[in-house]
Design a protein around this ligand. Structure first.
Ligand SMILES: Cc1cc2nc3c(=O)[nH]c(=O)nc-3n(C[C@H](O)[C@H](O)[C@H](O)COP(=O)(O)OP(=O)(O)OC[C@H]3O[C@@H](n4cnc5c(N)ncnc54)[C@H](O)[C@@H]3O)c2cc1C
Length: 482
């Protein structure tokens, strides 16, 4: 391994991988991830990527409008314009440059519909688009001679001088790496909640690292709760029942097995996620029951098995045949709209520090992300960040001076329970609807935990890093909500 790189990318989801592929082959790049390359939220994405490829029946303006409506017009319109205009080129590049496969019907790309979209415009591969695209990009990155891949390695700390220094933990060993530029692509924060669709890597590390460097963090309280997580509260990672199941006609039912969305929104089951999640909460109050279902049994069984092979088999493993009976569902944490605040080229408020994908805040999503706009955002803005770094790197040479990360003498093990406590606080304080009293109480406790983590000489390992990230994220969210 080298000690110095032009660019270090933290995160190997679609944002990190696509950023690496778009950096100039002349730049020396290190791509680091906590687990194996394929373990990310990107690889969990089911529904697909929203992009207007079919310009005869659809338009970028319609996608623009749908994105603003879903976001409650709180989006940054300039960022949305870029998203919808540049997005189709990125999807074409996935197909033409990298060989990504998407489903076809009668020889043309098949476009599916999801909540909040006025037209079917989502390209997908069965119901495991994220895994298929991630695998394609991983293969492409492996062929890049200028990109070094480092799996099972945790970025524990960052320092900024001329360029950046990184304290990286691989196995039991800490080592130091420096770079001229950095792209943080560390994904979401799902693990700050008791139940989430996110994978175990989603602990908000990049947001905490950027926060410690003094970067501006924006709108961290804009958390998306997906209405249809599989209701099995035995595991923290909740299996998602994709929006596209409703897109293909599934009904939401209450505990009496009655449809109820007509009471809350004229778009019925295809209203945006925040509307549906709120409707479920209202219906829970009305019926006094947390029992909810998603029903697609009125569609032909063959169609359901063929269109949703992964969901069908995962739900069957849990004892439900979705072609014959409704699936139990309940909302859970799913996505973060806020994050490290970046400009239209993915640059944060810290010089040479870029962020892309779910850890960033480009402003495209406003108050609520439109379905399948997230992978699109990761592609578009990681590409733009790479383009800007390519331009700047040609113009200037810097020599990053590595910082020291002092060894902690007599380091202590992290006490158990900090993450569990933080999750319980967040679940009480802010699940779909904020609870002001719990926010005030939770904030006080989280401040104490943050101080404890910052001032006690704990051993710097993955446990500590993730606990500190979760507490930092909880602290910022609750502070914004006070
Ligand atoms: C179940 C599910 C279904 C979804 N379906 C869709 C969909 O259909 N369409 C859509 O547009 N969006 C969907 N989303 C959202 C979308 O998948 C994510 O927002 C997006 O993939 C995030 O990509 P990313 O590259 O930013 O982060 P991720 O893909 O989460 O990657 C994060 C990377 O950062 C690394 N990392 C984190 N911290 C560190 C650290 N300290 N040191 C080293 N590495 C680190 C991780 O190891 C990982 O490689 C879905 C999300 C989930 C969870």
């Amino acid at each position: 391994m080298k000690k110095e790189y032009d660019v270090v990318i933290v995160g190997a989801g679609i944002a990190g991988l696509y950023g690496a592929l778009n950096l100039s082959p002349g730049l020396r790049v290190l791509l680091v991830c906590k687990e194996e390359l394929i373990l990310s939220n990107s690889a969990l994405a089911q529904g697909g990527i929203a992009a207007v490829i079919d310009t005869e029946n659809d338009s970028a303006d319609a996608h623009f409008n749908d994105t603003l409506i879903a976001g409650g017009f709180k989006n940054n319109p300039n960022a949305v314009r870029i998203l919808v205009d540049q997005g189709p080129n990125e999807v074409r590049a996935l197909i033409e440059q990298y060989g990504a496969e998407f489903d076809h019907e009668n020889g043309s790309l098949h476009f599916t519909l999801e909540g909040g979209h006025s037209k079917p415009r989502i390209v997908h591969y069965k119901d495991y688009t994220g895994r298929a695209v991630s695998e394609t990009l991983i293969e492409a990155v492996k062929k890049r001679k200028n990109v070094e891949l480092l799996e099972h390695a945790v970025v524990c700390g960052m320092a900024k001088g001329k360029g950046f220094s990184f304290d990286i933990l691989s196995g039991d060993e800490h080592f130091l790496v420096s770079s001229h530029y950095c792209i943080l692509a560390t994904g979401g924060i799902g693990r700050v909640y008791e139940y989430t669709t996110n994978s175990k890597i989603a602990t908000g590390d990049g947001i905490a690292l950027a926060y410690q460097l003094g970067a501006k963090i924006k709108n961290l309280h804009l958390v998306q709760f997906h209405p249809t997580g599989f209701a099995n509260h035995l595991t923290r990672e909740t299996f998602l029942i994709s929006e596209s199941v409703r897109g293909e006609g599934a009904y939401l039912l209450n505990c009496r097995r009655e449809r109820f969305m007509h009471k809350y929104d004229e778009r019925l089951e295809l209203a945006p996620r925040d509307v549906v999640s709120h409707a479920i909460m209202e219906e829970q109050k009305a019926t006094g029951s947390k029992e909810f279902y998603l029903d697609i049994t009125h569609k032909p069984a063959n169609f359901v098995r063929e269109r949703f092979p992964m969901i069908y088999s995962r739900v069957l493993e849990q004892g439900f045949d979705m072609t014959k009976e409704p699936i139990p569902i309940y909302p859970c944490q799913h996505y973060l709209m806020g994050g490290i605040d970046v400009d239209l080229n993915g640059k944060s408020s810290v010089d040479r520090l870029y962020a892309a994908g779910e850890c960033s805040h480009t402003g495209v999503h406003g108050n609520n992300r439109l379905a399948s706009n997230s992978l699109l955002e990761a592609l578009v803005f990681s590409h733009r960040a790479a383009d800007e770094i390519n331009r700047l790197a040609q113009q200037e040479q810097i020599s990053p001076v590595p910082a020291e990360f002092p060894e902690i003498q007599n380091a202590l093990p992290l006490p158990a329970g900090i993450r569990t406590e933080t999750r319980a606080i967040m679940q009480r304080a802010y699940f779909i609807t904020p609870n002001q009293q719990e926010i005030v109480n939770g904030y006080e406790r989280v401040c104490a935990l943050k101080k404890q983590l910052e001032t006690t000489p704990y051993r710097i390992d993955r446990d500590y890093v993730e606990a500190k990230s979760l507490v930092t994220v909880a602290y910022i969210i609750l502070k914004e909500l006070l």
